[in-house]
Design a protein around this ligand. Structure first.
Ligand code: HEC
Length: 139
């Protein structure tokens, strides 16, 4: 085998390795519904209001904020100290859902106002998120 051919084969192997690595990096965050939860994540028992909130959350918020509020490529996780009640009080959730949010904490872009949601949906959503946060030591 001449030297040029050996170099070419070497380069081809390295390039395919990089492409494979880059693809595997992309696959993980694109998965919207995690099939397994992060190690140690606790799904608490929910009371009636929180169960209603979970249903509304899944309908209106989950596409961006993820299963159990764990985040996706399109929106941040709520199981995060940024969203604990003293930093983002319940009012922030009403405001976000009704008016949308300008990107300021993250690089996901703006949150648009949520179509078809009504204010009475939001209290239970907040109760659900607070239950998840509390069970997982966010506050
Ligand atoms: C289309 C995607 C999308 C949907 C649907 C969505 N959000 Fe968001 N949300 C975002 C993004 C992106 C941000 C982050 C903005 C930033 O950079 O701070 C955000 C931020 C927030 C914040 C933080 C607001 C602040 O003051 O910083 C709250 C609260 C929130 N969302 C609540 C909700 C609730 C409740 C729902 C469902 C009713 C919902 N979001 C649905 C994308 C979404």
């Amino acid at each position: 085998m001449n030297n040029k051919l050996a170099v070419l084969i070497g380069v081809a192997i390295i390039v395919s390795g990089v492409v494979f690595f880059a693809n595997s990096m992309q696959d993980t965050p694109e998965t919207k519904a995690p099939t397994s939860l992060p190690a140690g994540f606790i799904v608490p028992d929910l009371i009636a209001e929180q169960i209603v909130g979970q249903q509304s959350f899944e309908q209106f918020c989950q596409a961006c904020h993820g299963d159990y509020g764990l985040g996706t490529n399109s929106g941040p996780p709520f199981i995060h100290r940024i969203y604990e009640p003293n930093h983002h009080g319940d009012g922030a959730f009403f405001n976000a859902a009704i008016n949308g949010v300008r990107a300021h904490h993250w690089k996901f872009g703006n949150m648009p106002p949520v179509d078809d949601i009504v204010e009475t949906d939001i209290g239970p959503i907040v109760a659900y998120i607070r239950a998840l946060q509390k069970a997982n030591g966010v506050f």
